[in-house]
Design a protein around this ligand. Structure first.
Ligand code: FAD
Length: 480
């Protein structure tokens, strides 16, 4: 009983009747923690350090039955429920309510002949990549091996192999979820088609997922890595990159990030004080063809580094080298139908010298399988988008409002080309100053949002699951 003693403990005593909590503790095989209990603050913390959950009760689930008990407890008291696996994607922190920590529900079982994996709710992608690779297979993971696989899939999942295989949410066989009625459901395209459609793209709104079956793809190696350019020597790199993407097969997925590195000791000497462009590449075809495809980029000028080569898929985390340690960050994006050379010049100007922030402007090349509907349709929309432009600001002492200023200018420069939406997984930030003001409607196509809202009214009429990119139940009057 060491952390946050005092006022918070007193508030909690009011929110949780002692006898009720004792009954919950009795029923849960994992741990039930209140503010002030040992481990409570540590379990509320996650990868995102700019915001944190402040629930009045936390359940560390050890099995799906614990999730059922926790949801039943919350529903009976009208306590809203939040979920955290790793904290990479914290969007709306709880203030009060019940937090279900799914980190303990981890595990991967590969069915190699079926090319599928059964994953628990707390599983990180690093474990799925390792397990799949033993069978010459790969999941449709994103850039960071430490991110939670289930949260990523529920938000769409834009991965390293996305142009060839589509969104991760496009390749899911079944989902186990505990809904607001505290009922565990095994949801498939046959058992509950409407809910199955919704969960793949808007899942966090409909309950707590305890596990899912995802498809694996036959990829064991790549021609991939990163090319780093100094924009002082290749100032038109962004426009040249965009032109290059028009020539590519679907088997090549790539992105470019522009980073203005302030002259600070925390940056490596090779990039410190420089405005650099990082082109990230994952190509599943043979190395010789890969070299030919990448040659026009290499011809643009000298590179500060060039790691693009044959690699086992197990090393795919090295393509983006995302920081593995928790930190504070904000980010927003828009989905674009086009991205022309004048706009590239403007974005380069706005993101470059003078921002004074370690600001990352990231352009992901979409199209290919991302432009086609999933074999079993789902709630991931905006498929006409050809590029995703995002601005990410690590808040290393930077003022959130300053970060918002740069972000809004860069995204504003392309507003005319927006398909009218954002990709939810790549919007980062809670409710504090300077956070993205992305309305939830932006994450789905308007007709899909109406359909999701109608289903939400059926499955979660009290909006128990509202600490997320919230879809309000149709006709719901938000009690705020
Ligand atoms: C460094 C970094 C790199 C990333 N790269 C990519 C990328 O390449 N492509 C991409 O698409 N995304 C990417 N993301 C975004 C990431 O996929 C999302 O933030 C995702 O939500 C993270 O899930 P999590 O479980 O790790 O995070 P958490 O913060 O634990 O969960 C995020 C949210 O997901 C929901 N959720 C999680 N688990 C469950 C569950 N069991 N049931 C119901 N809802 C649940 C909840 O709403 C929760 O608030 C990246 C994020 C970071 C920080």
């Amino acid at each position: 009983m060491s952390e946050h003693k005092g006022t918070q403990r007193t508030n909690t005593a009011a929110a949780n009747d002692d006898a009720d909590v004792a009954a919950l503790r009795e029923r849960v095989r994992g741990r039930t923690l209140l503010p002030g209990d040992d481990g409570f603050a540590a379990r509320c913390a996650g990868f995102q350090t700019a915001y944190r959950h402040r629930p009045s009760v936390l359940v560390r689930a050890a099995d799906p039955e614990d999730v059922v008990a926790a949801v039943a407890y919350a529903a009976a008291r009208d306590l809203p429920v939040a979920v955290q696996a790793t904290g990479h994607g914290l969007s709306v922190p709880t203030d009060g309510g019940l937090l279900i920590d799914t980190a303990g529900l981890s595990g991967v079982t590969v069915d190699a002949p079926a090319r599928t994996a059964r994953i628990g709710a707390g599983t990180r992608f690093a474990a799925v990549v390792e397990a799949a690779a033993r069978h010459g297979l790969a999941p449709l993971n994103g850039s960071a091996p430490g991110a939670g696989a289930v949260g990523y899939v529920l938000g769409g999942g834009l991965g390293l192999l996305a142009r060839e295989f589509g969104y991760a949410a496009d390749r899911v066989g079944s989902i186990d979820i505990v809904t607001a009625d505290a009922r565990p459901r095994h949801v498939t395209a046959r058992s509950e088609p409407e809910l199955f459609w919704a969960l793949r793209g808007a899942g966090a709104n409909f309950g707590v997922v305890t596990g899912m079956d995802i498809d694996l793809v036959p990829v064991s190696r790549l021609y991939g890595g990163e090319l780093v350019f100094d924009l002082a020597r290749t100032p038109d790199l962004l426009a040249d990159y965009l032109r290059w993407t028009e020539t590519l097969p679907d088997e090549l997925t790539s992105s470019v990030s522009l980073l203005d590195h302030p002259d600070l000791p925390l940056f490596p000497a090779t990039v410190r004080g420089r405005f650099t462009a990082h082109v990230r590449i994952a190509y599943t075809g043979d190395g010789r063809t890969g070299e030919r495809l990448v040659a026009p980029l290499r011809a643009l000028g000298p590179r500060l580094s060039d790691t693009v080569a044959e690699m086992p898929y197990t090393e795919c985390g090295a393509i983006y080298n995302d920081p593995p340690m928790p930190h504070a960050y904000q980010g927003d994006n828009i989905l674009l139908r086009a991205f022309g050379p004048e706009q590239a010049a403007e974005v380069t100007r706005l993101a470059g010298a003078g921002t004074g922030l370690p600001c990352v402007v990231d352009v992901r090349h979409l199209g290919g399988a991302l432009g086609r509907p999933a074999a079993v349709p789902n709630a991931v929309g905006h498929r006409a988008a050809r590029y995703l432009l995002r601005v990410l600001t690590p808040l290393m002492g930077a003022e959130p409002d300053a970060a918002a200023g740069v972000r809004d200018k860069v995204l504003g420069a392309l507003a005319a080309e927006s398909v009218g939406g954002r990709f939810q997984n790549l919007v980062y930030g809670g409710c504090a100053n300077g956070a993205p003001k992305a309305p939830a409607q932006d994450f789905w196509e308007p007709a899909d949002h109406r359909r999701l809202s109608a289903l939400k009214a059926e499955i979660d009429p009290a909006n128990l699951f509202r600490f997320n990119r919230n879809i309000e139940p149709a006709g719901w009057n938000t009690p705020r």
